[in-house]
Design a protein around this ligand. Structure first.
Ligand code: GDP
Ligand code: K
Ligand code: MG
Length: 290
């Protein structure tokens, strides 16, 4: 049996969360076209009985911290750097390759690094080849693989390469487990995702979710969550005229949560204003950013 930690690193929007979901065939990590969508380290387990258990970690994109929230996000990246057996360094093939290279060098990883060239559905074969040659020359690079996380292209080959490099050992988690995070966490994330989807520029970055109630009653699951914002004006935007926006958000989130839980859901959302929560140690902890 082989088992180990395979941690995904890269710039914001390289496709880390999309890759984790595609590898596991389950939507564990929320995805958006906006940067800083992922705030926590999210683990997902891929187990093949008697053969391997890969513990994948999605991490926030690597950024320069401006708030305490950012510091927490980068601390989760640092943890993932420390316990990796294998690192997946993912790069958007259309992004500046040298900038990505400098970032990967700065991580100073001592474990085998697979450079994952993503979004190959968007460019020509020549461009993919050029990116390959560029990364193959780098000292930290064990091997390069080209994929499209969005189109599920070449992921089997990626898993094959990972298993080759995986250390021998007993599995860390039960075969039936997909993740170590509680269901409540994923419910909160699905609500947060809708905010990234529905609201422009600033709002998502000022928002946190706290799931207060999660009760299973007969065939129904009752969920109550608070949406935390920093200002009254943001609360107004989230509510929308006659509460139209929060209603829309709630419906979209409920559909996703029902799919995830495979149960009917009653979802109740309240909006609360908490000025400067992103710099408040106590509130960050309460909202799940440790
Ligand atoms: P992260 O910030 O690194 O976690 O990136 P996400 O997984 O949130 O993806 C950022 C954006 O890139 C989203 O709009 C994705 O749909 C898109 N994306 C991810 N992988 C691919 C891919 O292989 N091809 C294309 N065309 N888009 C992708
Ligand atoms: K993103
Ligand atoms: Mg992400």
């Amino acid at each position: 049996m082989k088992s180990g930690f395979v941690n995904i690193f890269g710039k914001p929007n390289a496709g880390k969360s999309t890759l984790l979901n595609a590898l596991l065939g389950e939507k564990l990590a929320i995805v958006s076209s906006k940067v800083q969508t992922t705030r926590n380290r999210i683990k997902g387990f891929l187990t093949e009985t008697d053969k391997y258990q890969i513990i994948f970690s999605d991490t926030p994109g690597i950024i320069e911290p401006k708030y305490k929230l950012h510091e927490k996000m980068m601390a989760s990246v640092k943890n993932a750097l420390e316990d990796a057996d294998i690192a997946l360094l993912i790069v958007d093939v259309k992004d500046n390759l040298q900038e990505n290279n400098e970032l990967f060098q700065s991580l100073r990883l001592k474990v085998p690094c697979i450079v994952v060239i993503n979004k190959i559905d968007k460019v020509s074969a020549e461009q993919v080849l050029a990116a390959n040659n560029f990364f193959l020359k780098q000292e930290y690079c064990h091997s390069v693989i080209d994929i499209s996380a969005l189109e599920n292209d070449n992921l089997k080959e990626l898993v094959r390469k990972i298993v080759e490099l995986l250390p021998n050992g007993a599995p860390f988690y039960s075969e039936d487990d997909l993740t170590d995070l509680p269901t409540k966490f994923f419910v909160g994330e699905m609500i947060r995702e809708k905010i990234y989807e529905l609201f422009g520029d600033e709002i998502p970055y000022h928002t946190a979710i706290i799931v207060n109630e999660f009760k299973e009653k007969d065939t129904l699951t009752k969920i109550q969550a608070d949406i935390i914002v920093q200002r009254e004006t943001q609360k107004g935007i989230l509510l929308g005229g006659k509460g139209a926006m929060i209603k829309k958000m709630g419906t979209l989130a409920r559909v996703d949560i029902e799919k995830f839980l495979d149960r009917k859901v009653f979802l109740q959302l309240y909006i609360k204003v908490r000025p400067k929560w992103r710099d408040n140690e106590f509130q960050l902890k309460e909202y799940g950013y440790k």
